[in-house]
Write a protein that binds this ligand. Structure first.
Ligand code: ATP
Ligand code: MG
Length: 330
């Protein structure tokens, strides 16, 4: 089993509360599409990672919620396994410590995402040390599961460099233990906020549409969204077009959108019509989602069963990797 991959595609989700439609378009939809192509994935809910900025009670609170969201958005448990990271807390923690011995504080401090965070969102004097250990724990997650491919956005590339380097160095010192994970760089779709020029995100609710929003709220939000002057294609408008097309696969609707945008570029006053169409698309998507989600949570044993199966798979993978590690380091 030495150096053999066990998981074709491996990815994590953060249980940080309600998802936005941008989270769906940027993160969940690509996963569901890979699933349709037959790619076997293992998805984990990163509750231990979210301890960096949450109390343990908060970190575990949203785990089942986010699993329900993903199932209602199309994740098929017969094709994709899901586990909660803390189901293998001992294995992850122990592996993190063993790997942390092979990375210097200086190397971790050079990781660009950490530098960015310390500059913009976190104060180095008060931020806790889990922030520093993030790439090491990420290595532990990936290497324990023997994952082949890890889809990451640009912001995670530097972390994957640390992961790969750690795996190689560990192998050089103790023998061929870890198969080296490969990076699958994903095209990053960036949906903009309905207000201002930043990206849509959970932490800026005024400009975001949440999967849980009721339809009156959605209509109001789209009505007051920024678009563009006649004849102009602003970043906001471009982003709304992408959003509309990503949420609805119907070619006829796509042509309708193209016609409206052509009229707009010809100087016609059609932004009202565009917003009406966007509203119909979003409302249709959300109402179907909300019905499916209600079905998913109706029987709690459904999620229990899925998580139990996922945990036992993750535990088996982690334990067999740890057996190799234990026998190699002694
Ligand atoms: P937060 O404000 O807490 O950072 P967020 O909405 O930015 O929340 P994340 O948890 O940071 O969401 O990211 C979850 C996933 O959603 C990531 O894969 C990320 O690439 C994707 N994502 C987040 N925002 C967008 C966006 N505006 N457009 C496309 N994808 C997005
Ligand atoms: Mg974010």
């Amino acid at each position: 089993m030495k150096s053999e991959y066990k998981i074709e595609l491996y990815t994590g989700i953060r249980p940080t509360g309600d998802l936005t439609i941008a989270n769906y378009v940027g993160a969940v939809k690509p996963l569901v599409e890979l699933q349709k192509q037959g790619v076997k994935s293992l998805v984990f809910v990163a509750d231990i990672h979210s301890l960096t900025d949450n109390e343990p009670a908060t970190a575990s609170k949203f785990c089942r919620e986010v699993v329900a969201d993903y199932l209602a958005l199309g994740l098929d448990p017969s094709k994709t396994n899901i586990y909660i990271q803390s189901a293998i807390a001992y294995q992850v923690s122990y592996m993190t410590l063993l790997l942390a011995r092979h990375v210097s504080v200086a190397e971790l401090l050079r990781v660009p995402t950490l530098k960015d965070k310390l500059r913009n969102n976190a104060n180095p004097k008060t931020a806790n040390a889990l922030l520093l250990l993030y790439p090491v724990m990420m290595a532990s997650d990936i290497l324990l599961q023997r994952a082949k491919s890890v889809p990451v956005g640009e912001d995670q590339l530097a972390h994957m460099e640390v992961v790969r380097r750690l795996a190689r160095d560990f192998n050089t010192k103790y023998g061929e233990i870890f198969p080296i994970p490969t990076v699958q760089q994903v095209k990053s779709l960036r949906i903009l906020s309905l207000k201002g020029s930043r990206k849509m995100s959970k932490s800026f609710p005024e400009g975001a549409i949440f999967l849980t929003d009721d339809m009156t709220k959605v209509k109001k939000k789209i009505k007051s969204a920024e678009t563009a002057l006649e004849g102009k294609l602003s970043d906001s408008l471009q982003s709304h077009i992408i959003l509309a097309k990503e949420l609805c696969d119907d070619h006829e609707v796509h042509s309708k959108i193209d016609t409206i945008i052509k009229d707009h570029m010809d100087g016609k006053h059609v932004m009202g019509a565009f917003k009406d169409l966007l509203t119909v698309i979003v409302v249709d998507f959300l109402s179907k989602f909300q019905v499916r989600r209600a079905e998913v949570v109706r029987d709690p044993s459904l999620i229990d069963g899925i998580l139990k199966e996922g945990a036992s798979m993750a535990l088996a993978n982690a334990e067999s990797t740890l057996d190799l590690v234990r026998s190699s380091i002694k």
